[in-house]
Write a protein that binds this ligand. Sequence first.
Ligand code: NCD
Length: 308
Amino acid sequence: MGFAGSDFISINDFSKADLEHVFKVADRMLPLARKGSSICKNKVLATLFYEPSTRTRLSFQTAMLRLGGRRIGFSSGAESSSMKGETIADTVRTIEQYSDIIVIRHPSEGAARVAADYASIPVINAGDGSHQHPTQTVLDLYTILKEKGKIKGLNVGLYGDLKYGRTVHSLLGTLGLFGANVFCVSPQGLEMPVHFVKEFKEKHGGDLVETSSLDTVLPQLDVLYATRIQKERFPDEKEFLKVKGTYSLDSFALSRAKDDLVLLHPLPRVDEISYELDADPRSRFFKQVFYGVPTRMALIALLLGKVK
Ligand code: NCD
């Protein structure tokens, strides 16, 4: 597809060839991710964040600065006129008067799609409720490619809160698309929603194992993608307390894993990965953070039509 002028809302809107093209452009951005460039000179990126964020918001802003553009935005709904009752539709039709591309994060599923329907400039979904986080998926896949050299045929474990985690919801299907075998490992009650599993099997016919025991599958894994419990998405506190602290990784747990395992996490971490594992060469989650810059540079430049 042609990226120029389009939105980036759901990962399902993009083919394998589209995503491979984004990775190719990200490769071109890699040296510029520190050095900077003037590819998007005089362009303005707006970050509309109605939910907390450290990496996604700041990496989008960094990406735009490294592309030579500028940025505006707010980092919580409380800073915006949504507090006065303004709708997303009116907010984006206002922001597009100031900017060339919008990145939006919102607690409601489907909010980014609404924003895209009303905006005449490209809109990027930076997370809508527990639904999707497609740019995280781009950087997750890119990290796997860079760290393992391929995705096809790898055994990838998705570990933790697979029920409410939007990163794993976006990632699952694309792992199928790229030919990985997936192991969904979650405590009882936090399993991957049935419709995502069904879709994976129907579309990709790939192997998908579901289990609550990491120990049994860990020795086979090439990549382990850990996630935190999405406390803020639980309908009630009691349900959260039932699963709180029920899983974590430490050196002992990882002693059964392959030596060349790649351990990823979209971050923030709470207690899923012990700090002692930070020194383990298999931990790549801060490298993963870095890959957020070239991949988001690629997406911004593509959607603005500044690269082909
Ligand atoms: C994730 C998110 O916001 O969904 N964070 C991120 O963007 N890297 C994961 C999370 O909050 O647990």
